[in-house]
Design a protein around this ligand. Structure first.
Ligand code: PNS
Length: 162
């Protein structure tokens, strides 16, 4: 039987946006399973949602896709987590050119640390090019309408928070 092709999609996901959701769906065209993995050591004091809340939102958003999308979190290095999970590929989204330098550095560092692990970049859908969790939080906190930018479960949570 063919091996299940697993991709890890790491990030902060504070909170997950429609841009992230689009990326997971695109990835599922190529991979059997996507593990949306929240880096725990990225939990800065200014995170809006707790790790549990973020995991819960991701699970809610993808519940219709069953075991094809898993939500998880990890401590320490991403490459170590990937090895433990058995994934050979890291997925990252690319939006504007400004993402490139940061992403390039991370991909190169991860390759240095784990040469057998590949980073694949997916282009974000056109309608999500301007989207980021940071801006969504800022707009929502100032009373702006973010209903077209985040899944319903996230919109509800943002509404409770602000
Ligand atoms: O969504 P983000 O905040 O841009 O995601 C960054 C993330 C979580 C992918 C990155 O910071 C990461 O991989 N953190 C885990 C620790 C690690 O492996 N650091 C070295 C990266 S080269």
């Amino acid at each position: 039987m063919a091996q299940t092709k697993i991709a890890i999609y790491p990030g902060s996901f504070d909170p997950i946006t429609n841009g992230h959701v689009d990326l997971v769906k695109r990835t599922l065209r190529v991979f059997d399973q996507v593990v949306v993995a929240i880096a725990r050591n990225q939990e800065k004091d200014n995170s809006l949602f707790t790790l549990e809340e973020r995991l819960e939102m991701i699970r809610e958003v993808f519940k219709g896709l069953g075991s094809r999308v898993k939500a998880d979190s990890f401590d320490g290095l991403l490459v170590k987590y990937a090895k433990k999970t058995g994934a050979k590929v890291i997925i990252r989204g690319l939006r504007a050119v400004s993402d490139f330098e940061y992403e390039f550095q991370m991909a190169m560092m991860n390759r240095e640390l784990a040469p057998d692990l590949e980073t694949l970049f997916m282009m974000t859908g056109q309608s999500h090019f301007y989207l980021s969790s940071r801006l969504v939080k800022e707009v929502a906190s100032l009373g702006g309408d973010v209903s077209a930018m985040v899944p319903k479960a996230v919109l509800k949570k943002l509404g409770e928070r602000f």
